[in-house]
Structures are given as structure tokens and as C-alpha cells.
Design a protein around this ligand. Structure first.
Ligand SMILES: *Cc1c(COP(=O)(O)O)cnc(C)c1O
Length: 487
């Protein structure tokens, strides 16, 4: 996306100012600053008002004049052309969308701060189609009566996972909260001490339990939890058993946890539902793609989970959503919880999710069509060749730095497969001539973030790294670099 430009000098507006008789004399005292009206009456500013509306331009003129007044009082000087330039920058600053596309060259494919999964074209098209006008989001075309918005994703989810029912909410945190609140309010939920996790962004299992209105009962120890530990705490107040996928860390060494199958067995012996929060939750076995094994939703259900919760925008590769799949009667109970209304997905999410799920019906083409899987399975040789081609381009932009192709490891991100790393290639930018390159690298990283499409890398080991795994449009990337401004 191109950044709007209002640069007075570049646009020849500077000379235009001269032609139009804008005084170029220095203004060294506040009394010689123009009034808001006078600034608005210069032809250049009248053009701004035509393009962006008088109200916005007036407000911007007021604020830049107030700032100019302070600067002049502090002994600086200015002139009309500079004021007009500041005004154009102020307008640009306000109009530039704050949420915009970036290049994710951090090496973390599913980066929560960078929006997680990139969507496939078919999902983008579905979102466009459904957002342009009216849709049957809650309307049954067969009967002509009110319909259920949840049905749009449910049939495919059931088909792909073997679940009896499924429900979509805004994100997986909501899915967990809703599940616990619906099935365990005012009751106890035993969870292994090794699974009382924080996933970042203030999602802490104990806090979620409290907000869901249930009482957490800690079981076992951080590194070892045994079957008997569960037997010991289950009583008349126990609502369900829960397994939380420890998604962003691993406990190694002298450890013991109760397997999903055993936990399900214990739960069912006491007639309790067994819930698994998978976190990332994949619908397919990742091993054939040379990725490490991650429990699939189908496997979790097969090992006895009555409900499984997972994210739409992690390994699934779809829009932000939380998905709950499992037993029909429990899904129906969740649907009846008034909280569901407060967590319901919008039609745009449902459109995207349905399109993504449809891709899973043809796994042979999934690596081509689903960007998340395509990026995760990208051939390291191809990434290295891309790095080779871009190294000289980047070297030309950053003359004071040294740009080299370096092997690196990407990670999946969002807590999925946390320990495993994917072989990748990066551009490694250093300043070998400087002993402490920290501030030079920070300035360089900032210059890349100021590009029309900001480029986000990572700084470590005295280098700025651009992992190229997630860079697919090479041509657009090179074009974007033309605007790199090095201070
Ligand atoms: C990521 C994650 C969540 C939260 O999912 P969001 O979609 O980010 O709300 C919950 N539980 C686990 C185990 C996770 O990995």
C-alpha cells in the first residue's frame, strides 16, 4: 500500500508557494505568525481543504500554529513554506491508517503481534463478497425463517474432525472461558500444576478459571502429575477434567504427566466430561509435511476428549476465531449460555473460516493454497536463493552496513510446536567497523519500519536479521525498498 504524499517541496508546491506570493520571509516573533484564517486562505492550503475537508485542515492548522508559536518563542524561526509543509505532514499523519500491512521477516511465522495466519485468496474473496452487502448469516434460505449463524462452519468442522457438533467464537481464549463457564460454574476443575500456563497477552489459566466462575483445584506438582493425584481430588463438586496443551514451553527431565487417554478414562469413570484445550489445534497430521507431530483435533477427540478447543488463526491458518468441537449435547449446552451471544463471530470471520475449512477437504492441494502451511513447509534452498538475490539489493540500500546471507531457524510461533525450529535463510546486516553497533542497528531497523510497507526483522547477536521464509512477493518487496531513508 502506498503512503500518501503531500510533500510540498517534492510536489513543486514550494515553488508554487513562491509563485503564489506566499512570503518566504523568516518569521522570528509570534506576532508575525499567520492567523489560522490566513494560512487557510493560501491557495496550497485551499487545495488541502478541497482534498481532505475544511474541518480536518482547520484543526491541523490550529495545532501546527500552536506548536510553531512555542518554537518561535523558544528562539527558532520559521516561514510560510515551512508552516505549509508541517501542515501537510500533520494531515498525512492523521490520515495514514494506523493498522496496515507489514512484511513479517521476524522468522516467527504465526506472529501474534503481526496478525498470525495470512489468509488464502479464497478466504479473502469470501470476506469481500459477504461484507459488500446483505448475507444470510442468520437466515435460513430453505425455510425463509431465522437461521443459526453457527451452522456455517459447523458441518465442515464436524466432517473434518469427526466431532458431533462444533461452535465458533471470537478466539480460543473465549472458547475456553465459554466452555468452563457453561460446564463448571460454581464447581471445581482439577488441573495439573504443570499445565497452569500463561500464554502471553494476559491469558493465564488460573485467571480464566476465576472469571469463568469455577474453582481451580491444583493437582500434582509442576514436573510430575500421576493418575492417583486426580483420583484423590475428584469429588461431588468436580465439574470436569481438563487438559491444557502446554503450548509455549516444555518441562524436561524428571517429568510425568497423565496421558489424554488415561485422563479421559478417569473422567468418564466418574461420569465427568473431559475437555482438551489444544491451543493451536491442527486438523491434519503434519508429519507427512516434514513438520513435527502436533496432536490433531481428530486425535484428541479419539483419545476421549468430549470437547476440544483451538484457535482459528494458529496452525489452522484461518481468521481469528476460537473453535469448540465435540459432543453434541455439550455443544448445545454451550450454545444456550448467554455468554455465547457476547462472543459470537461476525459474518466476515465466518466467511473466511468456511473458505479455509473448505481447503482442508482436499489435503493434496493444501500446501499450495493455504499460506500458513505453504510458509511452514517452504524449501530452505528456495529461501536461500531468494536471500542470495536480495543481498545485493539490500547492500545497495545500506551502504555503511555489511549484508550477508546466513542460515537461520524460523519458528512456527503462537505456541505451536514451540521447541522445534525450521531451517531457513536470512539476510544478516552488521556493522563490523563499529564496536557497539546497537544504536546503528536500531536506527536501521527503524528506517525499515518507516517504509510504505514497514519491514519488520529482529535484532540479535549484534545484527539485524531478515528471515525470508515469509517473503513471497519479491518484486513488491524490492519496489518498497526504494523509499528507504537512511538518516
Ligand atoms: C493460543 C492459546 C490460547 C488462546 O488462543 P487465542 O486464539 O489467542 O485466544 C489458549 N490456550 C492455548 C493452549 C493456546 O496455545
Amino acid at each position: 500500500m502506498a503512503k500518501p504524499h503531500f510533500n510540498v517541496r517534492e510536489a513543486g508546491l514550494f515553488s508554487q508557494c513562491l509563485l503564489q506570493g506566499v512570503e518566504m520571509t523568516r518569521i522570528e516573533s509570534p506576532q508575525y505568525l499567520p492567523s489560522v484564517d490566513r494560512l487557510l486562505n493560501t491557495p496550497t492550503v485551499q487545495n488541502f481543504a478541497c482534498d481532505h475537508g475544511l474541518a480536518l485542515v482547520t484543526r491541523c492548522a490550529q495545532s501546527i500554529l500552536a506548536r510553531a508559536r512555542l518554537r518561535v518563542l523558544a528562539g527558532e524561526s520559521t516561514d510560510m513554506a515551512t508552516l505549509i509543509q508541517s501542515l501537510s505532514e500533520e494531515i498525512e499523519h492523521i490520515l495514514l491508517p494506523s493498522l496496515r500491512p507489514v512484511y513479517n521477516l521476524t522468522g516467527t511465522v504465526l506472529h501474534t503481534n503481526l496478525g498470525r495466519a495470512p489468509l488464502p485468496q479464497s478466504a479473502i474473496q469470501s470476506m469481500v463478497d459477504v461484507s459488500r452487502g446483505a448475507s444470510n448469516v442468520e437466515f435460513d434460505l430453505e425455510t425463509g425463517k431465522r437461521g443459526d449463524r453457527h451452522r456455517h462452519a459447523e458441518a465442515l468442522l464436524c466432517q473434518l474432525t469427526g466431532a458431533e457438533g462444533a461452535l465458533v467464537v471470537n478466539n480460543n481464549a473465549a472458547a475456553v472461558l465459554l466452555t468452563l463457564n457453561s460446564l463448571a460454574q460454581r464447581k471445581e476443575v482439577p488441573v495439573s500444576r504443570g499445565e497452569l500456563i500463561e500464554i502471553g497477552g494476559a491469558f493465564r489459566m488460573p485467571d480464566i478459571m476465576a472469571r469463568a466462575g469455577c474453582k481451580l483445584v491444583e493437582v500434582g506438582t509442576t514436573n510430575r502429575t500421576h493418575r492417583a493425584d486426580f483420583d484423590a481430588v475428584i469429588g461431588p463438586k468436580t465439574a470436569l477434567l481438563m487438559k491444557v496443551h502446554t503450548s509455549n514451553f516444555e518441562i524436561k527431565g524428571f517429568t510425568k504427566s497423565v496421558s489424554d487417554k488415561d485422563l479421559a478414562g478417569i473422567a468418564h469413570r466418574y461420569n465427568l466430561p473431559f475437555i482438551t484445550d489444544l491451543g493451536s489445534g491442527t486438523l491434519i497430521d503434519l508429519e507427512p509435511y516434514n513438520l513435527p507431530h502436533e496432536t490433531t483435533v481428530t486425535e484428541a477427540l479419539a483419545s476421549g476428549a468430549d470437547l476440544v478447543t483451538f484457535s482459528g488463526d494458529k496452525l489452522l491458518g484461518g481468521p481469528q476465531a476460537g473453535i469448540i468441537a465435540g459432543r453434541r449435547d455439550l455443544i448445545d449446552k454451550l450454545k444456550r449460555n448467554p455468554m455465547t451471544r457476547a462472543m459470537r463471530p461476525d459474518k466476515i470471520t465466518l466467511a473466511a473460516l468456511q473458505a479455509v475449512l473448505r481447503l482442508y477437504t482436499n489435503p493434496e492441494r493444501l500446501t499450495d493454497e493455504l499460506p500458513t502451511l505453504r510458509l511452514l513447509t517452504r524449501n530452505p534452498v528456495e529461501i536461500e536463493q531468494l536471500a542470495g538475490r536480495l543481498a545485493s539489493v539490500l547492500q545497495d540500500c545500506c551502504k555503511k552496513f555489511e549484508v550477508a546471507v546466513s542460515q537461520t531457524h524460523s519458528q512456527v510461533g503462537s505456541g505451536a510446536l514451540p521447541i522445534d525450529k525450521l531451517q531457513s535463510a536470512a539476510l544478516k546486516i552488521t556493522r563490523p567497523d563499529v564496536r557497539r553497533p546497537g544504536s546503528a542497528l536500531n536506527r536501521l531497523a527503524k528506517a525499515f519500519r518507516k517504509l510504505p510497507v514497514p519491514v519488520i526483522g529482529r535484532i540479535s547477536d549484534d545484527a539485524l536479521w531478515f528471515d525470508l521464509r515469509c517473503l513471497e512477493d519479491e518484486e513488491a518487496f524490492v519496489r518498497n525498498l526504494q523509499d528507504l531513508e537512511m538518516s
